[in-house]
Design a protein around this ligand. Structure first.
Ligand SMILES: Nc1ncnc2c1ncn2[C@@H]1O[C@H](COP(=O)(O)OP(=O)(O)OP(=O)(O)O)[C@@H](O)[C@H]1O
Ligand SMILES: O=P(O)(O)OC[C@@]1(O)O[C@H](CO)[C@@H](O)[C@@H]1O
Length: 304
């Protein structure tokens, strides 16, 4: 079984604005809402790819109810801990460029955190736990390291996709997969990642620090994979980009969906890129058919 954990879910509110101007009244059009937060996106894409999974984390308020109902309507198993604060709303503004405004998230109490830890301690050996997204400000920034220790002790495969301080703190833990984007990787090593070669160089450093599989996503430029015995890069397919929110999460789902069937990192990486790009070419997250349509366009090349 695959579990996802979203400490800080969100309702993603997407709004189009022509020529957005700061400090002015801007009129938006074509609004849409999606259940969001990185782990929830991973769960939604896994389900669409035909992989059963269970979503964990915290939900509260009217926004929490919305997410709960949406996940149920998509037949995604979930067991969120109810909190008193409201789950955040993240604004995604589509103008000549995409602008995101993500809230800090509600307060999480110690008792609520303990409840989540009990759920995670009960995950069976051989299962997978995907911890994705930011850590709410009331939760310790080393919380993912705590989860990594529990998973290591219980032989659970632990996957992380996060940024900033939470990313810094997780390095050195035993990880099955880590998927920073090239900006996050650059920030981590106080450098700028300009090429596939740079990404492989710093990806290898992450690998040596305890990650079995490392994927560095590079938006429209594709991605790099660094594993124990092999490294690859692949360009992203070209297409009409509609929405890149959740593209990275779709990669994680694509990789897990293919790897758990084949144990073949090259195939899983190809499927990961196709899943990320299929989401970039969709209004919402990708479907299995979207991924199938572009899979053959993803050419995976070895790097020495
Ligand atoms: N403009 C694009 N065209 C084609 N594919 C894209 C584009 N943007 C993203 N992708 C695909 O999605 C993958 C992940 O994208 P990206 O590096 O933007 O992830 P991310 O920054 O983690 O995204 P997010 O945090 O929004 O989920 C890329 O490796 C690529 O396969
Ligand atoms: O604020 P965080 O937790 O870093 O990111 C949250 C978020 O931007 O990530 C997802 C896309 O990856 C969106 O659904 C969501 O709004």
């Amino acid at each position: 079984m695959i579990y996802t954990c979203t400490l800080n879910p969100s309702v993603d509110y997407i709004l189009h604005v022509d020529e957005f101007q700061t400090g002015e009244l801007n009129r938006g059009y074509q609004p849409s809402y999606y259940p969001g937060g990185k782990g929830i996106n991973v769960s939604r894409v896994l389900r669409r790819l035909g992989v059963d999974n269970t979503a964990l984390g915290f939900l509260g308020g009217f926004t929490g109810t919305y997410i709960d109902e949406k996940l149920s309507s998509e037949n995604i198993a979930h067991s969120f801990i109810s909190i008193s604060g409201d789950t955040r709303i993240n604004l995604k503004l589509k103008s000549s460029v995409e602008t995101e405004v993500n809230g800090p998230g509600p307060i999480i109490s110690e008792a609520e955190l303990d409840e989540l830890l009990s759920q995670i301690k009960a995950i069976n050996a051989g299962d997978y736990l995907v911890a994705s997204g930011s850590i709410p400000t009331t939760v310790p920034t080393d919380f993912y390291s705590m989860l990594a220790s529990i998973c290591e002790q219980n032989n659970v495969h632990f996957i992380v996709d996060t940024s900033s301080q939470a990313l810094k703190e997780i390095i050195g833990s035993k990880l099955f997969l880590i998927k920073p984007n090239h900006h996050e990787l650059g920030e981590l090593f106080e450098t700028t990642i300009r090429s596939y070669e740079d990404a492989v160089h710093f990806g290898k450093k992450l690998q040596r620090k305890g990650a079995i599989h490392v994927i560095i996503s590079m938006g429209g430029d594709g991605a790099v994979y660094v594993g124990e015995h092999e490294s690859y890069y692949a360009k992203a397919p070209t297409g009409q980009v509609k929405n890149t929110v959740g593209a990275g999460d779709s990669m994680v789902s694509g990789f897990l969906s293919a790897y758990t069937k084949s144990a073949n990192p090259k195939k899983a990486f190809q499927y990961a890129i196709a899943s990320g790009s299929a989401t970039a070419f969709s209004d919402d997250l990708c479907t299995k058919d979207d991924v199938k349509k572009i899979l053959d366009q993803v050419l995976v090349t070895s790097i020495d």
